[in-house]
Design a protein around this ligand. Structure first.
Ligand SMILES: Cc1cc2nc3c(=O)[nH]c(=O)nc-3n(C[C@H](O)[C@H](O)[C@H](O)COP(=O)(O)OP(=O)(O)OC[C@H]3O[C@@H](n4cnc5c(N)ncnc54)[C@H](O)[C@@H]3O)c2cc1C
Length: 320
């Protein structure tokens, strides 16, 4: 039996979330006394580097028809390779891609599945794995009773470490089903780390008063190399694009640093951000609920505080 990790690609490169998955898969393989094999579908020039993060083998199906993601086609190919390598455990990132694959894979493999896992399994009495529930307020342990299992790993749960060396990439024969999806256009923001993968996030809410004031948030994000986010009402009224909306009904994030300016800290907002390692809140209302969830709080007018913070960071960066 083996652990098979589905590695996602973007623009011919392996995504960071998949490095975490391979590192996590390696740890599970150690626990189960087996090997961790990475699977890359489509083009990726750095597939062999997955060996550095714990894959003992890397299998790549480089057919260009797999460059465009189709969960029906990709899940079919993953199942074929899982059968070839006798994998009983498949690991995915808990990304939009992983979310669209996990159900199909579980059904096709007759496997138990847990999405958004946050820790290594306990195999003392079966296979039990944890995920966070109730908007991060509790941890639930799931016992998977089937022989096979599919897990999607919550982002930023494991910091990938270099524990091996690059390996030679193997190819394999699979039957690629015809896709029923026709990709008409791909629009991708260049140079911006997507929110689910971002380690630094600068976010703002209705306290900004209007979209024309967002320059100070973008300046702070630029000096930090951070990704920008926003509260839901701000996206709903069109001040910011919807993909920036974080929270219960938006993107759930887990960055190392989350700076929130002019956001009250409603429970639905916290649901998507309270797994951040360090939370900094800037709000002029000392009673704002967000201060209770903050590691650092600045009580003040964001139009005063944010530019000063940006200037101080610029000065610090130029001094090092
Ligand atoms: C079913 C449901 C799902 C929801 N899902 C989400 C979700 O996923 N994400 C989400 O964000 N919300 C969500 N909401 C909405 C949520 O309940 C709040 O209404 C929303 O988060 C509030 O956004 P806000 O903090 O930007 O605005 P407000 O609540 O208006 O807060 C603005 C804050 O800015 C501060 N402020 C104002 N001016 C300044 C200034 N000059 N300097 C400093 N601070 C200032 C104020 O003191 C205040 O705390 C959901 C609601 C429901 C009912």
């Amino acid at each position: 039996m083996a652990v098979l990790v589905y590695a996602e690609t973007q623009a011919n490169k392996i995504k960071k979330a998949s490095l975490e998955c391979v590192f996590y898969g390696n740890k599970i393989a150690e626990i189960l006394g087996t090997e961790c094999i990475a699977l890359v579908l489509g083009s990726a020039s750095d597939a062999g580097d997955l060996g550095i993060y714990g894959a003992s083998r890397v299998i790549q199906v480089s057919d260009s028809s797999l460059d465009a993601f189709d969960s029906s086609v990709h899940s079919d190919v993953v199942v074929q390779v899982a059968d070839q390598v006798s994998a009983d455990t498949v690991i995915l990132a808990h990304s939009s891609t992983g979310k669209s694959l996990i159900g199909r894979l579980a059904a096709k493999m007759k496997a138990g599945s847990v999405s958004g896992v946050v820790g290594l399994p306990n195999v003392d009495n079966g296979f039990t794995v944890d995920k966070s529930v109730f908007s991060g307020k509790a941890i639930a342990s799931y016992l998977i009773k089937s022989d096979k299992r599919v897990l999607s790993l919550s982002g930023n749960s494991f910091k990938p470490e270099a524990i091996g060396a690059a390996v030679a990439v193997e190819s394999t024969d699979v039957t690629i089903p015809a896709s029923t999806v026709k990709v008409l256009e791909v629009k991708r923001e260049e140079g911006i780390v997507p929110l689910p993968e971002a380690e630094l996030v600068v976010s703002a809410g209705r306290g900004m008063k209007g979209p024309e004031n967002w320059g100070i948030i973008e300046d702070l994000a630029t000096v930090l190399g951070a990704t920008t986010a926003c509260s839901r009402p701000v996206a709903d009224i069109g001040w910011r694009p919807h993909h920036e909306h974080v929270g219960q009904t938006g993107v759930a994030i887990k960055p190392n640093l989350y700076i929130a300016a002019g956001i009250s800290g409603a429970i639905q907002h916290l649901a998507g951000v309270n797994n951040s390692k360090v939370i900094v809140v800037i709000n002029k209302d000392p009673e704002a609920p967000f201060f209770k969830a903050a590691d650092y709080g600045v009580e003040g007018d964001l139009f005063d505080v944010v530019p000063k913070l940006t200037a101080a960071l610029k000065e610090y960066k130029s001094s090092i």
